[in-house]
Design a protein around this ligand. Structure first.
Ligand SMILES: *Cc1c(COP(=O)(O)O)cnc(C)c1O
Length: 402
């Protein structure tokens, strides 16, 4: 007997939203339309040509000449895991910086690979301390790898990747850098830093569909992977096997590439190339400044000190007496705006307003401030009404003068 179907009458239609959380970010019509192009074979010569263009576009976004630069078929977490399963052997010491949720996941990865994690903790909301990293290397000069998160999405803190990579190099260690939220929002300069393995995500400042993880490995990292004596614990993420599909010479079946998602990534990277990296960074900064001006009027304060603040991820303290969940629900249901909740230790204490990629636009800053003010006022929050949006416009006007 076949099961009778439970009738679902309609196609799914998502409600209109402004995605101003920690990702995914809004996707432009241009990128969405790329998804609807006809699927072709992942070994079709035309598709293979598109793959080469993708690699070229990704090298620009990462500012690297690394030949091995490609999108992993999986979300940012898959890119993270690909770095660890290939670069950490049983018994390897790995110095891991933990100043938020994602650093914690790196520790998990090291341990699951049979490595020994030397964990350096920093206060959530602060950048990774280079001094602590240096001290850890002095104590553990045999550490093989340094791993850290460039832009901690859980707290909104930016760390000094250049300095951290240079410290690792002094001690002959490889670096694994999480650039999921930083790529295209703030400078990610892979070659200048000498970072060895760097991964990102498609759905943050690249504003593509979730589920792809751009990644890049330099020659040092590849040599370390090729010199492994133990088999990589993951078949799917084994770099040596994937080279057969994404490498320089061969194109053999490894897994079926997510063709249409890759069209979308190609389009979003083309958008980035056409805007220019520096212009993209400047746009993220500009919209952040305007949002910040509006939040200041609402007497809402940032979690992170000015110097380490991410423009694309605004982590702010929830004012006392305000109901976290009720505000986020009203923002979503009445205004169609998604903002992010706090994670882990910061749950219920902060909101995370993302202005990433295509979401980083004037109209979103204005809509968000207007809605937030209205919702807060409806909760009995005391503030000078009507001032937040005006302050944001004033910020834009001032920015235009300089
Ligand atoms: C979002 C994020 C990830 C995980 O990416 P997924 O695509 O959700 O797997 C990893 N690191 C950081 C810093 C992130 O912001």
């Amino acid at each position: 007997m076949l099961l009778t179907p439970e009738i679902i009458p309609n196609a799914y239609t998502p409600p209109p939203r402004r995605l101003l959380g920690p990702g995914p970010s809004d996707i432009s019509t241009r990128v969405l339309q790329a998804l609807a192009k006809p699927t072709i074979g992942y070994l079709d010569p035309s598709f293979v040509g598109m793959m080469e263009e993708l690699k070229t576009l990704l090298r620009y976004s990462f500012q690297t000449k690394n030949a091995l630069t490609f999108p992993v078929s999986g979300p940012g977490s898959a890119g993270m895991e690909m770095c660890f399963v290939n670069m950490v052997n049983h018994g390897d010491k790995v110095i891991v910086c933990r100043n938020g949720v994602f650093g914690g996941r790196m520790v998990e990865n090291v341990e699951r690979c049979g490595g020994k994690a030397i964990v350096i903790d920093d206060v959530w909301g602060q950048a990774v301390s280079p001094q602590k990293v240096e001290d850890a290397f002095k104590q553990h000069p045999d550490a093989k790898v340094l791993a850290f998160v460039h832009a901690e999405t859980s707290t909104g803190a930016l760390s000094d990747a250049h300095t951290l990579c240079k410290i690792a190099q002094q001690y002959g260690a490889l670096t694994i850098v999480d650039a999921v939220t930083s790529l295209a929002g703030v400078p990610v300069l892979v070659d200048e830093w000498g970072a060895d393995a760097v991964y990102s995500g498609s759905q943050k400042c690249l504003s593509c569909t979730p589920g792809l993880s751009p990644i890049t490995f330099n020659e040092r990292a590849i040599a370390a992977v090729k010199a492994r004596t133990q088999k990589c614990q993951s078949w799917f993420l084994d770099l040596n096997l994937l080279l057969g599909y994404w490498g320089e010479t061969t194109r053999t079946y490894h897994h079926t590439a997510p063709t249409n998602s890759l069209y979308a990534l190609h389009e979003s990277l083309l958008v980035l190339q056409q805007e220019g990296l520096e212009q993209s960074w400047a746009r993220h900064r500009s919209n952040h400044e305007a949002l910040k001006a509006g939040l200041a009027v609402l007497d809402i304060h940032y979690v992170v000190d000015e110097l380490a603040r991410l423009p694309q991820l605004n982590a702010i303290h929830i004012p006392t007496g305000v109901d976290d969940k009720a505000v986020r629900a009203a923002m979503l249901q009445q205004h169609g705006i998604e903002i992010g909740a706090g994670l882990g230790a910061l749950a219920g204490k902060i909101w995370r307003i993302g202005l990433m990629g295509y979401s980083s636009r004037v109209e979103n800053v204005i809509a968000c401030l207007g809605a937030l003010e209205a919702v807060l006022v409806s909760q009995g929050y005391q503030c000078q009404q009507g001032r937040a949006v005006a302050a944001a416009y004033q910020s834009y006007a001032q920015q235009a003068l300089v």
